[in-house]
Each structure stands twice: as C-alpha cells, then as structure tokens.
Ligand binder design. Structure first.
Ligand code: 8YV
Length: 314
C-alpha cells in the first residue's frame, strides 16, 4: 500500500524533522499551521485517517467527532490528560503515546528542581551575578542526603526519580493507588505522604482524578521544612493554595516545571526566591525528543503499514 494515499492531520506543533518525515510518508494537512482552520477542516475532514498531536494539546471530543474516517491518534508525549479517550474509544479509534522514552529526562529534571530549591542554587547564581557576595556570604541552605523523598505516582517516571534519590541516600516513601508493594514505604493518601516526607515529588498523571490533589491540606501536611516538586501536570496543584502557603512560609519552597495555564505563569510566583520555575522542559533534550518523535512516527507508520502499533493506550 502506498502510504502517500493516506491523509493525516497534524493538529499541534511538532519538531521540524518529525514533520518532514511525516510529509515523506503521508499526505499531511497541517491544521496547526493553517490560517483558515475551519476551511481546512471543511475540505479535508472526511478523508483524514490519522491525527498526530502533542500531549499538552491533545485532542478533544469535538475534533475527534469532526473526523468521521479517523482510525488512529498518535501522540508525541506520554500524558493523556488532554485527549478525550472516551470519545476515541466510542469510535474504536486507536490512541498511541510515547511512554518510557522520556522517563529518565523527566526524573533528571525532578532531581534538578529538588537540588535547586533545597540548595538554593538558582538564587546563588543570581547572588553571584549581582555581585552581592562582596557585601557578605550567601546564606546556608538545606541538604538533600538523608531527607525523605516522597513520590506521588510510582510509574516509570516515579521509579526513575526513586533510583536517583536513592543515590542521594534518601529513603523513599510513596503514594500510588495502583501499586501496593513497590518495596518502599507506602502511604494511602497524598496528605499522609506529605506528612511523612521532606520532598514531595509529583509524578502522577494529570486529568480529572488528580485535579487540585495538592491543595492547602497537603501543603500544610508537607510543612515548614517541606519542598514541593512538580514535573507532572500543573492541574494537580491548586496554584492559589500554593501561593498562599509560600506567602505564609508554610512550606520551605517549590520547584515547578508545569503550570495550570501554560505557557502563562502567575506573576505572583515571581516574588519568591525559594521557588524555582522551569518552562515545562523536562523531556526537552535533543536525544529524548528524537526518541519521542521516532516512537510517535513508528506508531502511525506501523499502523498503516502492518496494522501494528508499538505503544498503544490500553
Ligand atoms: C512534553 C509531557 O513537554 O509527554 C508529556 O506528557 O508533558 C512532555 O514530555 C510535551 O507534552 C510534549 O508535547
């Protein structure tokens, strides 16, 4: 079969190399770049058999239902919170994503945030650049080793965080509703986990089940010496509650790679020196983005060439 006869719609920005490969393989309709999106849909919707999108944009029920011939959605990314899986399932549409290939880089970022908040490295860099050292020494920080690392969500990323934290001699505590005995101390709720640990690292999936799971109660449980790290989804943390906790010194600090309304970061977070803010960069290394792109490509290619996908959403 000539895959060039297959119409595929790209509905979010993709790495240029990935887009070029898709264009070699299929007839691509780029909804993301189209000036008149409604017109593109009107002209092509009936013919679209595949969609390629990114995790954070996903695809909603409206778009799924606007494409009557859709057979496969290939996601560049692991998160499924922005994909209407129910609408896809109802139509028997296959959904694939890119798990595992990004876990190590996301875990690296979690550790970077833990270190940067506890040891105040970002603040120290600002201190050095502004020549403040001449006025006196940089204040002491909190060490990592020996502190308890609490991991909420012990999937691939959570395990990769645990492995790294153990190398820092940190005991591991966890909360995961689907994992009873992971060989670490388990807690039944995020609040109980927060109460027990020094670092609360969020590696849970986003979506309705985890929306605002971390609010004032969990932050109070984390306590004055506790640090919150979020490399999962912004929606898991109630940002207003976090800002209040920071204002009232209820926690020691926070490291955030993800936000509720990306790419917008609430101005109020900029005032805190004990907060480290990253622009959702966890998986963004050349190597990992190449692995993600190859997996997403091989999923859609494999489906149309052989009826096989590598990493379906079950
Ligand atoms: C990406 C992610 O930044 O895969 C995910 O779910 O959050 C990140 O790896 C991004 O979503 C890729 O579109």
């Amino acid at each position: 079969m000539n895959t060039k006869d297959i119409n595929v719609m790209v509905i979010s920005a993709l790495p240029p190399v990935m887009l070029a490969e898709l264009e070699q393989l299929f007839t691509i309709h780029n909804y993301w770049l189209a000036d008149d999106k409604a017109d593109l849909l009107r002209k092509t919707a009936i013919s679209i058999k595949g969609v390629v999108t990114r995790s954070h944009l996903g695809i909603d029920a409206h778009m799924i239902n606007a494409l009557p011939s859709l057979e496969i959605i290939s996601i560049f990314g692991v998160g499924l919170d922005a994909v209407d899986l129910t609408a896809a399932k109802q139509r028997g549409i296959i959904v694939t994503h890119t798990p595992r290939v990004l876990s190590e880089c996301v875990a690296d970022t979690a550790l970077a945030l833990m270190l940067n908040v506890s040891r105040r490295y970002c603040e120290a860099d600002r201190f050095s650049r502004s020549n403040t050292w001449v006025k006196g020494p940089f204040p002491a920080s909190s060490r990592m080793h020996g502190k308890i690392c609490g991991i909420a969500g012990l999937g691939h990323v959570g395990h990769a965080v645990a492995k790294r934290a153990q190398a820092f001699n940190m005991p591991i505590h966890y909360f995961d509703p689907y994992l009873q005995d992971a060989g670490f101390k388990r807690f039944d709720s995020v609040t109980a986990l927060a109460e027990s640990c020094d670092f609360l690292v969020l590696t849970l999936p986003g979506g309705a089940d985890t929306f605002h799971l971390v609010g004032s109660e969990v932050l109070a449980a984390l306590g004055k010496e506790g640090i919150l790290v979020n490399v999962a989804r912004g929606s898991i943390v109630d940002t207003s509650a976090l800002i209040n906790a920071l204002k009232n010194n209820e926690i020691l600090g926070a490291g955030l790679d993800v936000f509720e309304d990306e790419p917008n970061i609430p101005d109020e977070l900029f005032q805190f020196d004990n907060v480290v803010l990253f622009p959702h960069l966890a998986s963004n290394t050349h190597e990992t983005r190449t692995d993600m792109a190859n997996l997403a490509l091989n999923n859609i290619k494999g489906y149309f060439e052989r009826g096989e996908v590598l990493t379906p959403v079950k």
